[in-house]
Design a protein around this ligand. Structure first.
Ligand code: I3P
Length: 133
């Protein structure tokens, strides 16, 4: 391992497929647009990769979430707050609401309660580690 690779392994907290939608962009309400994407939590940053369902490429790498292609969106967790979404936020079950420092909000969802719980813990840990510095 190079020093850089080692650093990445140390900071890789969690990765997997999640459903997500942004509901507020810097204070402005958005229309919900749920999509599922390969998601990586590492070094205090949550990265959503391009939705493989909507990809026009036919190469096999984009269909397999273990080989993500392009990062679509990154969320800085410094100063963010995570909570279970209130029932009126979504008709879906197991929904988390992530509020970022820039006044944006995301809903994050997985049908498996066990899986969403591990994401809840991983994101909450990451946020509190950033608070401690
Ligand atoms: C929305 C879509 C979302 C739904 C949302 C709808 O309709 O069905 O999936 O959120 O409910 O408004 P549209 O596709 O016409 O934008 P959930 O799946 O989270 O319930 P909402 O308006 O109650 O947020």
């Amino acid at each position: 391992f190079s020093a850089q690779q080692e650093e990445q392994w140390k900071t890789l907290d969690k990765a997997g497929v999640l459903h997500r939608t942004k509901t507020i962009d810097k204070g402005k309400r958005l229309r919900k647009n749920w999509s599922s994407s390969w998601t990586v939590l590492e070094g205090g940053i949550l990265t959503f990769f391009k939705d493989s369902k909507h990809s026009s490429s036919s190469s096999s790498s984009v269909k397999h979430p273990s080989m993500p292609s392009t990062p679509e969106h990154t969320v800085d967790l410094r100063g963010a707050a995570l909570a279970w979404a209130a029932k009126d936020k979504s008709s879906r079950k197991n929904v988390l609401e992530l509020k970022t420092r820039d006044g944006s909000k995301y809903l994050i969802q997985h049908d498996s309660e066990m899986i969403i719980n591990t994401w809840h813990n991983a994101i909450a840990d990451s946020i509190s580690r950033l608070v401690r510095g």
